[in-house]
Design a protein around this ligand. Sequence first.
Ligand SMILES: *[C@@H]1O[C@H](CO)[C@@H](O)[C@H](O)[C@H]1NC(C)=O
Ligand SMILES: *[C@@H]1O[C@H](CO)[C@@H](O)[C@H](O)[C@H]1NC(C)=O
Length: 401
Amino acid sequence: MLRSWWGSLICLFIFCDTAFGDLIKVDKNILEDASLNTPDLIRKYGYPAETHKIQAKDGFVLTAHRIPRPGGQPVLLVHGLGDSSVTFVILGPQRSLGYLLSDQGYDVWLLNTRGNRYSRKHKRYHRYQPQFWNFSFHELGMYDLPAAIDYVLARSKGFDQLHYVGHSQGTTSFFVMGSEKPAYMKKIKLMQALAPVVYWDYIDSPILLTFVKYLRPLVSFARTFGIYELPPENEVWRSLIQKICSFAFQNTCTYFIMEIMGVDYAQFNSTLIPLLTGHTPSGTSVKSLDHYGQQIHSGGFFKYNHYSTWENRRNHGADNPPQYKLTNVDCKVALYYGKNDRLASVKDVVRLRDILPNVVLDYLYPDPLYNHIIFILGKDVKTAINDRVIELMRKVDNGEV
Ligand SMILES: *[C@@H]1O[C@H](CO)[C@@H](O)[C@H](O)[C@H]1NC(C)=O
Ligand SMILES: *[C@@H]1O[C@H](CO)[C@@H](O)[C@H](O)[C@H]1NC(C)=O
């Protein structure tokens, strides 16, 4: 009885989803792109691809993918939360930044930060141990980025600086590094921030805000049950989500993504759902979300607030976590942000801009609907964003900026 009820409900849901949307026919080529790992996807489109293992100081072993161009100016591209290296090649050679940079002669490095599907190795801990997942964007900035920068520069004869492009968490972690390890700013030729996330006073994502209200109890609950990864058993989850989103609930899945990121159907539509869900979510820690949650309406950009005062004292030397020192981030910085980005609102980015000492470009994209993932997945991302990113790199390379 119960089962048939559920069955009817699901059938009704599928019926509505398909009846009011497009009939779901998923392109074979898109399905193949969705199933390939980053290097295989790069090779499929005729570019060379390499895989590198980078050892971080605290024991993590990270994977970087590379579209090699020996002798070229190195560029390090860093993805967002729950994402992976694929994000900079996902739309193919016509549009994605990784290929466009390679075409221009840059040596392209695509990092996978700790805990995602490609970077799940640690010298001492196994991924089933809680210590493995004991990180947030703080550790990414303290260990992953410095390790990657040193590794790339050691393999780039004649270059003592690299270009950096980050999306979302790839910017948060960079600002942590700049605040805590300012010596690394000398190794950065230019940092370009796509949808930068630092302050979260004007975050406007109803789903996320509701979720975050219950974050502390949820995190405690998860810890009690030994859940430290998000979502747990990631590979299985991803393929399940992909099947559900690709073949039944394309419109529903699109709706949820839009609700979290900002609604913009002109730039992002359900055609991309099978591709996107084939690659994301790529895995991260519960603590990452917890640390982000703590920034909401906190009035600042703070280090992790531990669950006990003595732990705060031990880690921060104070009862409450201190703020990151953003004035230390003195390399050249370019900011790209959108008017409809629910995760990086204009006011929050402007506040960041006013604090950073060396902003060389402040670019608010004029389209009123531009949202958080359009910087990666937008239909016209090449002309809107990527061409500008490359043009600014050229100018900095030529000493014009
Ligand atoms: C996690 O790391 C913090 C330091 O950031 C430390 O105080 C804490 O004991 C660690 N917890 C686990 C479970 O390893
Ligand atoms: C979705 O976007 C793609 C291009 O990115 C386009 O070919 C397709 O027609 C669009 N579909 C709808 C329903 O708008």
